[in-house]
Design a protein around this ligand. Structure first.
Ligand code: AMP
Ligand code: GLY
Length: 429
């Protein structure tokens, strides 16, 4: 198969790494890709929302399968666009329709979907820009903390957890009236605060059948001990010990099944990955959010555990044949540590030369925000720069492998959290 993969992060390097290991892949193109993907695939200088460029590339390179990594092209309707082009009506694509992608593109839409389909989630109300007074009256009735969410995509920044009523009121006004997150906050979901431990669950689906991939735990905050600003993700581990069979059975029965059945019943085309962010509150799972793609950095900890052929999985999703696919998962543990540019998630300097390990350390190194400068040296070019995944018989071994490898990686002002997985080790499950 000739495969085109869209995206340029650590998630896409992990996808490319896995795809290129499959005997079913003859040629792999990644648009736009990164220096890591260029070692195992052909990078194509096309942006992920360049719909016309993507269409032309697919036509002229006999692409058999398109895999869409990030949410932006999905929410903007790339799948619907391509499927209405002559000759591409039946192009197998991993990635949901625009309507399906609205589960991530609009928090209000996803909350309504959950309510209609009996999926447990936090109580909420939605307010539009002209409803500030109603919104404030609602806030006055709620207990604290309270969660405010911009309805639309806000690059992971649109969620505010407010500890005081005053902050909640001011923030609601800033979002609704002052357009704090632009158009994305012209509607705001006000939601009950859930306490518990978070878990990321990944469901591959062709819109009817589904396979639950290995679960993961993501470390979102910049600082050790889960402190400081939210980031795209500073690390991940898989499996997650508290997600035992009893809990995962509840997740499947109360959340996965009604979600997939809801998509089918409501006629929402969805061939791709449904990423369910959930909270374990006293042993009961509640959905925090849906995403319509794999997580980053969770993918870097999840994909190395998939032992069955990955291109078979992708094509079964896209061809609607997932029921016939047998997913095999390794019992090993993966621990991913993300190395970032100093200063991230706020301002940071780019262009520092990166030194990589000279020999194979046993860990897998995925590129994210890296680039080649004019002289061909590898430099940091984004906030999240590298994701290093250690694989081991248990979490201690996986962490030792990841951190051992990191000792041999350096650039000026590089930063990473040294406590990935430590909370889980302390739980001693
Ligand atoms: P989201 O952008 O929806 O992933 O939200 C970002 C983060 O905010 C989540 O990963 C949670 O840590 C937190 N969060 C979102 N909604 C809630 C909620 N209802 N209760 C507690 N924490 C939440
Ligand atoms: N790591 C969280 C996300 O990909 O949204």
């Amino acid at each position: 198969m000739n495969i085109l993969l869209l995206g340029s992060g650590g998630r896409e390097h992990a996808f490319a790494w896995k795809i290129s290991q499959s005997p079913r892949c003859s040629q792999l193109f990644v648009a736009p890709g990164n220096p890591g993907t260029s070692e195992i695939a052909i990078n194509v200088p096309l942006g992920v929302t360049d719909f016309v460029g993507i269409y032309e590339f697919i036509k002229s390179n006999a692409i058999d399968l398109l895999v869409i990594g990030p949410e932006e092209p999905l929410v903007k309707g790339l799948v619907d666009y391509l499927h209405t082009q002559q000759g591409l009506e039946h192009l197998p694509i991993v990635g949901p329709s625009q309507l399906g992608a609205t589960l991530e593109g609009s928090k209000d839409f996803s909350k309504q979907f959950m309510l209609r389909n009996g999926v447990p989630t936090a109580a909420y109300a939605t307010f539009h820009a002209h409803q500030l007074a109603e919104g404030i009256a609602y806030l006055e009735q709620q207990s604290l903390p309270i969660v405010l969410k911009a309805d639309g995509l806000a690059a992971g920044k649109g969620v505010l957890i407010c500890e005081s009523l005053e902050v909640a009121k001011t923030s609601l006004k800033e979002m609704l009236v002052d357009a704090k997150f632009g158009d994305a906050s012209s509607k705001v979901v006000v939601e009950e605060f859930l306490t518990g431990i978070e878990l990321s669950v990944f469901v591959a689906t062709d819109g009817v059948s589904y396979k639950i991939l290995p679960e993961a735990k993501d470390y979102k905050r910049i600082g050790e001990g889960d402190t400081g600003l939210n980031t795209g993700g500073m690390g991940a581990i898989s499996p997650v010990p508290f997600a035992d069979i009893a809990f995962l059975t509840k997740v499947e029965e109360h959340i996965v099944k009604p979600s997939i059945q809801g998509l089918a019943k409501e006629g929402i085309p969805f061939k791709g990955f449904l990423f369910i962010g959930l909270m374990n509150t006293n042993g009961e799972p509640y959905v925090i959010e849906y995403n319509v793609r794999m997580g980053d950095p969770e993918t870097e900890a999840v994909l190395p555990r998939i032992e069955s052929d990955f291109v078979d999985l992708l094509s079964s999703i896209a061809e609607g044949e997932l029921a016939d696919y047998t997913l095999q998962v390794s019992p090993k543990t993966c621990a991913t540590v993300v190395m970032v540019s100093g200063g991230y998630p706020e301002g940071y300097e780019k262009g520092f030369s990166i030194t990589l390990p000279k020999t194979n350390t046993g860990a897998v190194l995925f590129h994210a925000g890296t680039a080649r400068n004019e002289s061909g040296s590898l430099v940091n070019s984004g906030g999240r720069v590298l994701a290093v995944t250690g694989i081991g018989a248990n979490l201690e071994d996986a962490l030792a492998s990841a951190y051992g490898s990191i000792q041999q990686v350096s650039w000026q002002k590089a930063y990473y959290r040294r406590d990935i997985g430590q909370d889980i080790l302390r739980l001693k499950i």
